[in-house]
Write a protein that binds this ligand. Sequence first.
Ligand code: ZN
Length: 174
Amino acid sequence: MDSALETQGRQLRLLGADVSILSSSDTALTAAEVSKSEDRILICSPTLFQQVKHLCPDAVCFRPVNKDGDHVPIASILYRFNVHFNTKNILSRCLVCNSEENIKLTLEDLNLLQEYIKNKDFTILNSENENNNFQITLSDMIKSGINVKFREDDNYYFTDKSKAILCKKCGTIQ
Ligand SMILES: [Zn+2]
C-alpha cells in the first residue's frame, strides 16, 4: 500500500465505498487472503499485483496506474468495475476506520465538540444536566474509552461543516 493508493482508498470511502486499507507491512499473501475471505477487489501496486496473481491466480486485482505509471483517476476505477454510487452515500463512512456507524453533527454539536476538545473537558457531560441524544451518545463513547478528536490530515479541511459526522467507532470528527 503506497500513499497514492491510500489517498485513492480514502476518496472511495468518501463516496461511500466499503474500502479496507491494508498497511504497508501486509504481504501479498495477506492481500490475497483478505480478497478471498472478504470477497474484495484488490487495488494494488503493479509489484503487489504480480505477487498476488502468482499466489492466487483467481484473485480480482486491479492496478490503478496507466502505461506511464501514473495513477488513474477514481472515476476510472468506478467505471472499470461498473460501480454506481448514490449521492446519499457520500460522507456516510468514516475515512479513518471505514465504519458506517456515525452521528450526523449539527453546527451546534460541532461547536460544542470544538469547545470540549479545546478545553479537554468533557465533565459537563457527566453532570445531571438535561443532555440531548447527541450528548448522551458522546458521553457513552467517552466513558467507553473512545478518543474523540478531529481528523488530523494535512490534506483535509472541512469543506462543508453542515455535513460533519462523528464516527461512533473511532471517535473521529470529519
Ligand atoms: Zn472511524
